[in-house]
Design a protein around this ligand. Structure first.
Ligand SMILES: [Zn+2]
Length: 145
């Protein structure tokens, strides 16, 4: 009897040890970006919440050991997949934004390179400009080549 109680307490301590960082991590992410959850962030949150619920249900005695193990295995796999997807999504959006910015910069550079020089003041204007940005003199399309 004493042995079973001791083993039970050890199991409880282990589960508590596992739950704590999960619950903490969950809190941190909730506080950080609650207003703008992406699809992958939402998936991650759901997976972590489900994992936490399984731990609580097991602690409350609603789940037996077999159910707990199989559920936890599934949910841990899902949580890991969700975390990975979220990491990828973050990396994806940042590199996409970088690529868009690079393209924009390249476009502006190209525009300046083939820009129109004002026949009045000599200022260089972006290609497609109809009036000089420096003096307001009308620019001629013929100047573009
Ligand atoms: Zn001008």
């Amino acid at each position: 009897m004493a042995l079973a109680l001791g083993a039970g307490l050890v199991a409880l301590a282990i589960v508590f040890f596992i739950v704590q960082p999960v619950a903490k991590g969950l809190h941190a992410s909730l506080e950080r970006e609650d207003d703008e959850l992406t699809e992958t962030e939402a998936r991650k949150r759901v997976a972590l919440l489900a994992l936490r619920d399984v731990e609580y249900d097991f602690l409350a005695g609603k789940l037996d050991d077999k159910d707990y193990r199989s559920l936890k295995g599934e949910l841990t796999a899902e949580a890991l997949a969700a975390l990975e997807a979220d990491e990828k999504a973050r990396a994806g959006t940042s590199s996409d934004a970088d690529a868009a910015l690079e393209a924009e910069i390249a476009q502006i550079r190209a525009g300046i390179r083939q820009g129109i020089f004002c026949s009045d003041c000599g200022a260089q204007n972006e290609s497609g400009s109809r009036f000089c940005s420096s003096c307001g003199h009308a620019l001629h399309a013929a100047a573009v080549s």
